[in-house]
Design a protein around this ligand. Structure first.
Ligand code: C2E
Ligand code: CA
Ligand code: CA
Ligand code: CA
Length: 277
């Protein structure tokens, strides 16, 4: 028994070190990818429920690893967070998206949503660095919207409260992402004035068969209308969901049904296609 115990422990340690070395390798490769700007941005449009006109785009990161192939942001964002790469990553997303979208801003595109990691939003130092970076992008601020999730953050914003207010005066918008999942909830609506709520896709998924979920969305739409903020449903995949969200009064739709995230050169054609749906 002792023997197998011991070998069990050895095996376990090898497993741990293998995972740890893989993580270290990914971390190194990620820092190189940020440095060389080889990460790719894709854009997913958000459409008005009423007439399917374009309201804005959400920027999402894609990483094509030279050896391991495509790696999901759900894998590499936490790695970046653990190792303080996240600020560099967000700065890259802001700069690169501005470079790519500049010719379309104020014309085809009036709103660009960027994801801010929960860690970044809950650390006063990281948040301050982010806001100062945004402030330096003078001509971009009026189009920018930050998608945020972390509830605990509000009280931690500390010295950044004034900076946030200052940037909002210049047109920066705030959106509560994944609303209803527990990370983004009512207390955040209470404490932080935001411009948009994004209903998490778990509420959209079984909408047709769940009257209780429909009632929740109706209530959220009521709150949004009262606060005069917009409400976006994400993960819209079927015509039935689209129809129901329209009936429930949801303002905007985002999802594979209308357009998946795509590189910029394919964005225009996917917007055109939606007009013909
Ligand atoms: P998120 O912010 O909630 O982004 C929405 C995710 O849903 C995206 O996954 C998008 O591709 C996917 N999606 C869009 N339409 C549909 C649909 O109709 N059905 C389904 N099932 N999914 C849909 P993605 O691109 O893999 O990103 C995953 C998460 O990684 C994002 O969730 C966000 O939290 C994070 N992320 C992505 N890019 C960035 C970034 O630039 N910075 C930060 N901090 N996080 C990012
Ligand atoms: Ca988002
Ligand atoms: Ca989301
Ligand atoms: Ca998410």
């Amino acid at each position: 028994a002792k023997k197998s115990n011991r070998s069990g422990i050895v095996f376990f340690n090898q497993e741990v070190s293998r995972h740890e070395s893989e993580r270290q390798e990914l971390l190194y490769d990620l820092s190189v990818a940020i440095e060389r700007k080889t990460l790719l941005l894709v854009y997913q449009p958000q459409f008005s429920t009423a007439d399917l006109s374009l309201c804005g785009v959400e920027v999402l990161l894609r990483w094509q690893h030279p050896v391991h192939g495509f790696i999901s942001p759900d894998i590499f964002i936490p790695i970046a967070e653990k190792n303080m790469l996240i600020s560099k990553l967000t700065a890259f997303v802001i700069e690169q998206s501005y470079t790519e979208l500049a010719p379309m801003l104020g014309k085809e595109i009036h709103r660009v949503s960027i994801n801010v990691s929960a860690l970044e939003f809950s650390s006063p130092a990281l948040m301050k660095a982010l806001l100062l970076h945004i402030e330096s992008q003078k001509n971009y601020i009026q189009y920018l919207q930050l998608e945020i999730t972390e509830t605990a953050a509000i009280s931690n914003l500390g010295g950044s409260v004034e900076l946030v207010a200052h940037l909002r005066q210049k047109g920066l918008r705030l959106s509560l992402d994944d609303f209803g999942t527990g990370f983004s909830s009512l207390s955040m609506l209470k404490d932080l004035s935001v411009d948009e709520i994004k209903i998490d896709r778990s509420f959209v998924f079984n909408l047709e068969t769940q009257p209780r979920t429909q009632a929740i969305i109706t209530a959220l739409v009521g709150i949004a209308n009262n606060f005069q903020i917009s409400i976006v449903a994400e993960g819209v995949e079927t015509q039935a969901q689209r129809q129901l969200l329209h009936e429930l009064g949801c303002h905007e739709l985002q999802g594979y049904l209308l357009a998946p995230p795509k590189p910029l050169d394919q964005l225009c054609s996917s917007i055109e296609q939606v007009r013909q749906v």
